[in-house]
Design a protein around this ligand. Structure first.
Ligand code: AN0
Ligand code: CP
Length: 319
């Protein structure tokens, strides 16, 4: 596996789930796979889970790890070609990327959508430059439009907890004070459809996601109706995708917060969120603290999804 952006990079998801369980039972089983190999993790944005779980995964595989927070300690990077660099940016990404590639074997990149220009974000302008110029296999640690390590961990979590073969999985928008990317909901919808679950995406008017990610899901606007009979409720905020409102907040309607009353509409559903979560905006204290809440098992599975992905990438390197 030379890159990791979407479920198709993994191939058969059932096989990937079996590998995940194998690693969960014996997480150091492949500790020789990464000997004398170096993972470079590059963060353009903050992170708690991705940073820790991906580093832990690399350590499970015996890798060396270098972490770079681009905005803390590195030179400020220009990302556009053709710019006269007379401002505060000392280095261009076009030199920085191949240099970074010299010191490692695999590269993980976190670079959120910037919301300046939808086409740049949806072309994965930053990540694609890493793929093109680093000379190394690259994986997304949440890039502009996708967060596959999260969606893979969510898929593992649902497989572990589902009570029927084909559960109803509802992805619902919820309110948040700041504009957030669509990466998490895009990947979640894409992976849940790929897993062949009964997938519903529900959001207020104007918050429809890119259809490339929701194709195969039922798109709805009435949250109560969507939640009816749900086996899993995945709450997440995102900003508008559609033009001319790309990246904007259109609603902060607190009627979309996941409460115990909302959960009572479901089939005793599990509650999920990728974290970090704002309590009593996205979800009430009561729901997130309830026995139905899977937020911690999901986070724990980030180590597992990352171990499977890094192992696959190491296998490709060692071939
Ligand atoms: C980010 C987002 O919504 O994409 C990261 C989630 C994993 N969340 C925030 O910035 C709060
Ligand atoms: N869920 C997730 O990716 O969290 P972080 O932003 O803390 O890495």
């Amino acid at each position: 596996m030379k890159q990791f952006l979407s479920p198709t990079d993994l191939g058969d998801l059932h096989q990937a789930f079996r590998e995940a369980l194998e690693i969960k039972n014996d997480r150091y089983h492949y500790v020789e796979a990464g000997r004398n190999k170096t993972l470079l993790m590059i963060f353009f944005n903050n992170s708690l889970r991705t940073r820790l779980s991906t580093q832990k995964a690399a350590m499970n595989l015996g890798m060396n790890v270098i972490v770079l927070d681009v905005n803390q300690g590195a030179w400020k990077l220009e990302t556009e070609r053709g710019v006269i660099m007379d401002g505060d940016k000392s280095e261009h990404l076009l030199e920085a990327i191949p240099v970074m590639g010299c010191y490692c074997d695999l590269i993980g990149v976190r670079s959120f959508a910037r919301f300046d220009n939808r086409a740049d974000d949806y072309n994965e302008h930053i990540l694609q430059q890493f793929i093109r110029y680093s000379g190394r296999p690259v994986f997304s640690m949440e890039s502009a439009t996708v967060h596959p390590l999260q969606a893979f961990a969510d898929y593992i979590t649902i497989e572990e907890h589902k009570r029927t073969q084909r559960p109803k999985v509802v992805l619902t928008w919820a309110p948040h004070p700041k504009a957030l990317p669509q990466a998490v909901p895009n990947s979640f919808a894409e992976w849940m459809v790929a897993a062949n679950y009964d997938v519903v995406v529900v959001q207020p008017e104007g918050y429809e996601l890119d259809e490339r990610f929701t194709r195969g899901a039922t798109v709805m606007y009435n949250q109560d109706e969507a939640l009816s009979g749900a086996d899993f409720v995945y709450a997440k905020n995102w900003s508008a995708y559609r033009e001319p409102n790309y990246g904007q907040i259109l609603s902060k309607d607190m009627n979309w917060t996941i409460t115990s009353q909302k959960m009572a509409l479901t089939n005793n559903a599990f509650f999920m969120h990728c974290l970090p979560v704002r309590r009593n905006m996205i979800v009430t204290d009561e729901v997130i603290e309830s026995p139905q809440s899977l937020v911690i098992p999901e986070a724990a599975n980030r180590e597992i999804s990352a171990t499977v992905v890094l192992k696959r990438m190491l296998d490709a390197l060692n071939k």
